[in-house]
Design a protein around this ligand. Structure first.
Ligand code: TYM
Length: 333
């Protein structure tokens, strides 16, 4: 049996990296896999401080973005993590399976904790065990993510294997990451060596799903480039991170390889290419952002989707958590 699980954090706006690296692939996979579970990971969000009012709003906004991008809540399960207690319950078991040495190797913790590691939340440290619980609570077999989640997926696989070994069972599948398409790591528009991220202080570094056509045009116009025209072949993008990033975005939007994109636009100046890229971005994102705006104005509908999703997710999760509790030796009186 194949089952897809994935999620994103409700922290600020969804950007083009989330969209091309993850959510657009979820929409495609939803057509091939009958069993898909998509989660708004609100418990992960609070590993860094979140204003409660903003978090509350962001959870609905992210759920609305999933639907606007094409997730069909009748076909797939869409819910927020904190509404299904099994995530936290299984994460505790995994905290006792994972080793401190494994956690110490997690680069995302180092990045997010920064220099003042002693002051980071304990939740940030054990973030990956909650992520493993998200996936394995449903015995998911495939996990579509961007490149930056690869290490967390490897840890999830290690936890599944160690749990099975420790208890002499074959309870958890070892899930496969699905890192698909050209845009597995979309970079900042201001610095092609940095990942496009919600936490970058400059809004010009990213395209948000909520940006209108003018904002998109302005951000692409201001995007950093170099003085040379675009190369004819992929090798010509070496040491040109900004050019590489814009060509990657162009190729991903068109659903073609970078080589095919360069066969089309190689030799063009950035002025011309940026115009083409803007048109492509606007035509892809404008319908999504219009639908997103419509959905955000209807919180009762979003809540009904999330409520229904949490019930369906709980039906899948409960017997698996029971199996884990029995395996570990917990008494379920
Ligand atoms: P998050 O919220 O940071 O990002 C959501 C998804 O977007 C991808 N992504 C990118 N892809 C390409 N280029 C970028 N610049 C870029 N930025 C983000 C991420 O790889 C991700 O797929 N830990 C996860 C959320 C999570 C999760 C899970 C994912 C929690 N539990 C279980 C899968 C399965 C995260 O912080 O994603």
């Amino acid at each position: 049996m194949k089952r897809i699980f994935s999620g994103a954090q409700p922290t600020g706006n969804l950007h083009l990296g989330n969209y091309l690296g993850a959510i657009r692939n979820w929409v495609t996979l939803q057509q091939d896999f009958s069993d898909c579970v998509f989660c708004v990971v609100d418990q992960h969000a609070i590993t860094l401080w979140q204003d409660p009012k903003e978090l509350h709003r962001s959870i609905r906004e992210l759920a609305a973005a999933y639907i606007a991008a094409g997730i069909d809540p009748r076909k797939s399960i869409l819910f927020n993590q904190s509404a299904v207690p099994g995530h936290a319950q299984l994460a505790w078991v995994f905290n006792c399976v994972a080793r401190i040495g494994w956690m110490n190797r997690m680069t995302q913790f180092k990045d997010k904790a920064g220099k003042n590691r002693e002051n980071a939340s304990v939740g940030l440290y054990v973030y990956p065990t909650l992520m493993a619980a998200d996936i394995l609570l449903y015995k998911a077999t495939h996990v579509p993510v961007g490149e930056d989640q690869k290490q967390h997926l490897e840890l999830t696989r290690d936890i599944a294997i160690k749990f099975n070994n420790d208890f002499g069972v074959d309870l958890f599948p070892v899930p496969e990451p699905l890192i698909l398409g050209e845009a597995t790591r979309v970079m900042s528009l201001r610095d092609g060596t940095k990942k496009m991220s919600k936490s970058d202080p400059s809004d010009y570094s990213r395209i948000n799903l909520a940006d209108d056509a003018d904002a998109i045009a302005q951000k692409i116009r201001k995007a950093r480039t170099d003085p040379d025209p675009l190369p004819e072949v992929v090798a010509g993008l070496a040491n040109r991170p900004e050019a590489d990033n814009l060509v990657t975005i162009f190729a991903a939007l068109k659903g073609i390889s970078k080589a095919a994109a360069l066969a089309d636009v190689g030799g063009q100046s950035f002025a011309v290419f940026k115009g083409m890229l803007t048109d492509l971005l606007v035509s892809e994102l404008a319908p999504v952002s219009a639908e997103w705006r419509r959905l955000v104005a209807d919180p009762a509908y979003i809540d009904s989707v999330l409520r229904d999703g949490a019930e369906r997710a709980s039906v899948l999760a409960r017997p698996i958590l029971d199996e884990v509790y029995d395996t570990v030796g917990f008494l379920r009186p």
